[in-house]
Design a protein. Sequence first.
Length: 131
Amino acid sequence: KAQAALQQELDRVTARLGEIFPEHRIDRDKNSEPVLWVKAPDELVPLVRKLMKDPSLAVDRLSDITAYDNIDKVDGPKRFIVVHQLYMMKTHARLRLRQARFRQPPPCLNQRHHCRRLPVSPRHQRPMYRR
């Protein structure tokens, strides 16, 4: 019963997203949770505010921000996809906002770029944590 109720809630959320954002692509992931694709970085904050103000959705938590490598180009031509995971505490449902951002790895992922700037202490001066 609980699984059927959750599935019904996810169907309702997906339908509501289609009503609010008809111009956006809306998918379902492998867990059948809704995924809303964000077109441009500057529309992310207004979009989240709109989701928070909608009483039928009641989005109230940003639980995670992550990214993944779209090397196989399944999710479009850009290589890296940024994912914002939002949570609705009232319904215990999750909503993901995905945005294709970079064709090449962003500068923050360039290891050599950061290694030159970060001071590294000699190994004998590093703190040791033992149990």
